[in-house]
Design a protein around this ligand. Sequence first.
Ligand code: NAP
Length: 282
Amino acid sequence: MNVLITGANNGFGFVTARELTRRGWQVLMVCRSRERGEAARARIQSEIGVQPELYIGDFLLQSEVRRVAAEVRARHDRLDVLINNAGFAYPVREVTSEGFERTFALNYLAYFTLTRELLGLLKNAGNARIINTTSNAHRWPGMTLENWQGELVYPKKRFPPLPLMYGWTNVMRILFTYELAEQYGASGITANCFCPGFVPVERSTSSAFVNKLGLLLSKIIPGTRTPEQAAETILYLAADAEAAALNGVYFQSGVKMRSSEQTYDVDLRKALWRKTEALLIV
Ligand SMILES: NC(=O)c1ccc[n+]([C@@H]2O[C@H](COP(=O)([O-])OP(=O)(O)OC[C@H]3O[C@@H](n4cnc5c(N)ncnc54)[C@H](OP(=O)(O)O)[C@@H]3O)[C@@H](O)[C@H]2O)c1
């Protein structure tokens, strides 16, 4: 079995890469920084004695997502599990050199393009699973397709330090998951998504203060989760025989539950897909 995971050098992404390597899977780690990626890979090699593959790409850029996908296709003819996980919450609105708002580009557009670029490999696996990391922040209000990149009104400071834009990209991640589930479920590719719960990590926001505060609070607030606990859901969705039957479901902190009402809006889901496709036609 093989699995590709983005954001594999840190937090529960790293734990997932390590634990699937331990189970004998061929793991393809996708990381932004060569230095951090190599360090993570070396940790897995020293703990388990097996070296995962490493791919480097800045997934803010569609060109990088496509390049990494092409590198993967050059080395593999099938993919059993795809885990879209890399993400970030940018506090202010800036666009990438390709013209896309950054949180939107990384958290949603990269998922869309990587998945589409690797669909052929997933189909070749016969039965394959797509797992998309998302967040309970998808329950924050205000996501509309007219303002999907915050281009009309950029939501500031409503939920400091994370702008509403972060929540909106998580609505899109879930709508995308449910649309994948419908489009590809019958052909043997399932798609599910999960929120890991609050997992304090060193660099989850661009504010060092907030990150330090998060790590501090994690020691005293009940309900915060460790990367190991968060990884349990991905490991279940990726590898458990029982989870093969799941398609188009959402997990929150390890529990299967309904996502927000907005994410079950079929017209919105289909419109998002069409609008994304139109955006990506160059
Ligand atoms: N932590 C939580 O409480 C929580 C809650 C709900 C959802 N999530 C979601 O969980 C996922 C993992 O995030 P995390 O918060 O747990 O932080 P994390 O452990 O630091 O993971 C984020 C990963 O994404 C990578 N990444 C960031 N920007 C990238 C870029 N431009 N190109 C490629 N990779 C990039 C990071 O690489 P670098 O190490 O190079 O920055 C890192 O490997 C995210 O999608 C996030 O939305 C997290």
